[in-house]
Design a protein around this ligand. Structure first.
Ligand code: BGC
Length: 767
């Protein structure tokens, strides 16, 4: 074996470990262990040349199928040479235990120091066994289920060699036009924070050195979800107030939950690209929040600062990015090509390079890669693990929990199980790829259970399928393809005939999975293509329609809300989509999802969100004069409110009470309500608590979610639900430019949706 100083340094640190560390210490990283890691990292840093340190900060996209010929020329050959020289710290988009092993072997055995690589991948909602899109999972408001879903994703992904996922995306967004709302947890900073924590804990577990856990990555830091006009990558111009109160909380929660990496973002924020934003990365993240993991750029975002008009060339971009605190360069080649010279020119401090390298090496230690660089590369284990039965059961459970019953007139749902003629209409009902969404690089096309397949499992009814119309033209297989809506109505009449003869019509309409996600912003929020016309044509012959929506963003479907008796929000639910939908439609699962994002009536209302400001001319339902904050052609209210979602149970709220009238910083106040399940069906309800700070140093939203609880009740059961409100829940970023609560009057609301009206009030006295 080649001499490796690094391997020699292990012996020293091993000795240190034996002498200095109690072996009975807990598995999760204790402060003692952290110190040990610091010492180990320092011992390696001492051995590293400047080139090698910069190499750790360099991330390349997978460039070579190792089973194929060795790249001889072009970019791939250069990357290969860099890899052998120890000038690569991480790779992305490499998958499969065999591939990862082969590349890791080069890093470990052929480079001077043998430092293992990190392998990153967009495991956004599952690797091969796909769970619901994150927006759908958020609709469950079920933090335990969300955490378990991330655990499945981590276990499956780590079995194919991946040790780092670029998730969760914790960007808050109020704009359904933005295609990436599917990847986040919706519009609310509180819900978004809780979900960020759950997902991070699911991915990373309690022990990063376990074979089943991966590094998580909170992205995109920051403001990406506020792209102007919902157009992806667009400029973001927002106040400090919005940044602090709305955008940053889930990122802060991610740090508090122990996330080990951050990704910055493509957008500029108030004139400064996020990748080159010192205030965000050095002052807030690494300064105020004391984050000691590392920051990776977004794909090519260092060099994109040239197009932003912020850097004159790649060298200048590298200088700006490192000085602003971006530690790793994803695919810009800017660091590897320029950082050394920038240090020599005195434009970049070697200490900053060392700091970035230290952060990266620390994560490698935490993952246990220095003990066993091949721990994620076991082909037998990979075979046993990928696609395990338990994973399918898990994603099915998550999919059912993600479904939101938006409307259910005359108890059209659940369907009876026998003796009926059911018409199933819509191309999406027979689509086995679309439910996987757009982030499913590890999954096979056609691998989802379609609604048609799910419905067929119920044999008591007579089921007839008719497509009616496609959603888009052409192929739908490639992640990077743009989808063109079809105009073809030639199969309408067949579907209308099937519907005419049916007792109930199930129409599966909405967006193809590839019409959502990165780069897929929309200016219209209705049903794409000819689907609205199809819906109306079918409605003319049969009004008993259950509309099942497949979509990655809130849709504006006012006609459907007005006319269609039952509407089920089924998003893009992943591999087990069709089974989950069928089980909900047939009542074998009682839905309990609630919307994590407001549904507009009209795209013109966007951005629309529940935690809006009152204004000086507040919204009235029916303004009597023109000079109110309103539209002359549309209501202000949403089509479906944030937090809305029905159940087959009937939940009734009553008796909101508070245990006192005021409280101070050392106390709390208890807010209680009685929840009754006034039905014969057992069910779950997400009880939501909102507050309103009536007078403050900055104007405050009319409502802010501050707590919620998922409560299960038997038929006719009642339960008193009590929330404790404390000072922390009243904090916001005040005119003093810090997070604090202010004394004053507050309203508190408890109910099953943000349009709750049952309220109480209290006073907070800050001492
Ligand atoms: C996305 C990131 C993603 C990265 C790597 C970018 O285009 O914005 O979210 O993690 O690509 O695939």
């Amino acid at each position: 074996m080649k001499f490796s100083p690094l391997k020699y340094s292990f012996i020293i640190t091993l000795l240190f470990l034996i002498i200095g560390c109690n072996s009975k210490e807990a598995k999760s990283i204790s402060s003692n262990e952290k110190d040990v890691i610091d010492i180990k990292v320092d011992s390696i840093l001492k051995l590293m040349t400047l080139d090698e340190k910069i190499g750790q900060m360099n991330q390349y996209n997978g460039f070579w199928e190792i089973t194929g010929p060795v790249p001889k020329e072009g970019q791939a050959a250069k990357k290969y040479e860099d890899l052998k020289k120890g000038l690569v710290g991480s790779m992305l988009n490499v998958k499969g235990a065999k591939e990862v092993y082969a590349l890791q072997k080069i890093a470990v055995e052929e480079t001077r120091l043998g430092i293992p690589l990190l392998f990153g991948f967009d495991v956004i909602h599952g690797y091969k066994t796909i769970s619901p899109i994150p927006l759908a999972e958020a609709a469950s408001w079920d933090l335990k289920a969300i955490k378990e879903s991330a655990e499945i994703a981590a276990e499956e992904a780590s079995a194919v060699g991946i040790n780092w996922t670029f998730a969760p995306m914790v960007d808050i967004s109020r704009d359904a036009r933005w295609g990436r709302v599917m990847e986040g947890a919706g519009e609310d900073p509180f819900l978004g924070s809780r979900i960020a924590e759950a997902r991070i804990k699911g991915f990373q577990g309690d022990d990063l050195s376990s074979k089943k856990t991966v590094l998580a990555c909170a992205k995109h830091f920051a403001g990406y979800g506020f792209a102007e006009s919902g157009r992806d990558y667009n400029t973001v111009d927002i106040s400090e107030h919005t940044l602090q109160n709305i955008i940053l909380p889930p990122f802060k929660a991610s740090v508090d939950a122990g996330v080990r990496t951050f990704m910055n973002s493509f957008n500029d924020l108030n004139g400064v690209p996020a990748t080159g934003n010192k205030m965000l990365q050095r002052e807030i993240l690494k300064g105020d929040w004391q984050f000691n993991g590392f920051v990776v750029s977004d794909w090519g975002s260092i060099n994109e600062m040239i197009a932003h008009g912020f850097a004159k060339d790649s060298k200048n971009a590298a200088e700006i990015a490192i000085n602003a605190g971006s530690d790793m360069d994803m695919e810009s080649y800017a660091y590897i090509e320029n950082l050394k010279e920038l240090v020599e020119d005195g434009k970049v401090k070697e200490a900053d390079i060392e700091d970035a390298t230290r952060r990266i090496l620390r994560t490698k230690y935490e993952l246990g890669l220095f003990d066993n660089p091949y721990k994620y590369c076991d082909e037998v284990y990979e075979k046993e693990t990928v696609g395990k039965k338990e994973f399918h059961e898990g994603v099915l459970d998550m999919a059912k929990k993600s479904i939101v019953l938006l409307k259910n007139e005359n108890n059209l749902l659940p369907l009876v199980k026998s003796g009926k003629k059911i018409a199933l209409i819509g191309a999406l009902a027979n689509d086995k790829t679309s439910p996987l969404g757009s982030w499913r690089i590890g999954a096979d096309d056609e691998s989802a259970v379609s609604v048609l397949e799910g419905m067929k499992a119920y044999e008591g009814n007579q089921l007839t399928y008719s497509k009616g119309a496609d959603v888009t033209t052409g192929r739908t297989q490639f992640m990077w393809e743009t989808k063109i809506n079809t105009t073809d109505k030639s199969e309408f009449s067949k579907a209308v005939e099937v519907a005419r003869k049916a007792d109930v019509v199930i129409m599966v309409l909405g967006e193809h999975g590839l019409q959502t996600g990165e780069g897929r912003s929309r200016t219209e929020l209705g049903l794409p293509g000819v689907q609205q016309e199809l819906l109306e044509a079918v409605f003319k012959v049969n009004k008993n329609i259950v509309l099942v929506l497949n979509n990655g963003r809130p849709l504006a479907i006012p006609w459907a809300k007005e006319n269609i008796p039952a509407i089920v929000e089924a998003w893009h639910l992943g591999t087990q989509s069709g089974n989950a939908i069928a089980q909900v439609l047939y009542g074998d699962y009682n839905p309990s999802g609630k919307l994590p994002m407001t549904f507009p009536r009209n795209v013109g209302q966007v951005p629309i969100y529940y935690n809006y400001k009152n204004t000086g001319r507040p919204i009235m339902n029916e303004p009597e004069s023109v000079f109110w904050s309103h539209y002359i052609d549309e209501k202000n209210t949403p089509l479906f409110a944030f937090g809305h979602g029905l159940s087959y149970s009937k939940f009734e709220y009553s008796k909101l009470s508070l245990n006192k009238e005021n409280f101070n910083a050392t106390e709390n106040i208890e807010v209680s309500i009685t929840l009754k399940n006034n039905s014969n069906v057992k069910g779950k309800e997400v009880v939501q608590l909102y507050i309103r700070d009536l007078i403050a140093s900055y104007t405050r939203p009319v409502k802010e979610l501050k707590a919620f609880e998922l409560v299960e009740l038997n038929p006719q059961e009642s339960k008193v639900i009590t929330f404790k409100v404390d000072e922390k829940m009243l904090e916001f970023y005040t005119a003093n430019h810090k997070w604090e609560a202010e004394s004053g009057e507050f309203k508190v609301f408890v109910g099953g949706s943000s349009d709750v009206t049952m309220e109480g009030s209290f006073e907070f006295i800050k001492k």
